[in-house]
Design a protein around this ligand. Sequence first.
Ligand code: C5P
Length: 241
Amino acid sequence: VTAHFQQRGDVAVLVPAAGSGVRLGPGAPKALRPLGGVPLLLHAVRRLAAASSVAVIVVAAPPADVAAVRDLLAPATAGLPLIVVPGGAHRQASVAAALAAVPAGPQIVLVHDAARALTPPDLVDSVAAAVRAGADAVIPVLPVVDTIKSVDADETVLATVDRSTLRAVQTPQGFRRDVLAAAHADAVDPHTDDAGLVEKLGVPVLCVPGSERALKITRPFDLVIAEHLLATEPATRTLPS
Ligand code: C5P
């Protein structure tokens, strides 16, 4: 028998959403680009709000769009508290700004890219559960299917990497709050993910199974895939409107 201790929500989720999205082509900041007529960030926040572990959502928005983002998201959080802060010059600075705005209480913090707009609520809960079960840091991963080679500056192959030891890393990444705070306090160079900072502290990072539906929408082709995923999304939970 598994005891069900959890009340609704012991997790703060940080959402870095301040990127410009140049790789998607010209247009609005990436988090505000439409997918099926709805901004990517709104898709992402609806799915976070539908995860039973989430207690508060903190979004780092493009600085010029903080008020508009608050208005966009406020009706979509299913009554959860929502905090919107201006993001920074790079992803890590945006995460640090969001982390500084987390209210007292939650001891588990997840960091989730707005660009992974269709991430299923179940993945959010499974990452949170692994932290709750005792891991200091947890990342969702997929196996690497392509053969991977390292190359030199002239695009000549240096080596073939053993892909069985490689994992493609997604978000949400989950942390004990004090571990993530220590990692950001210690950070010097910008990293592309938060687990990278935690690794530098020498803290073990646990991998759990990710989801194809958590793909990062980066290039125009990803939007085509995402449109299809949206149309075939399993309706396992009611999303806030
Ligand atoms: O550029 P990339 O796809 O790696 O961005 C990952 C996430 O980090 C996106 O959700 C993007 O909005 C966010 N980001 C941010 N602040 C920046 C740059 C990126 O919040 N200055």
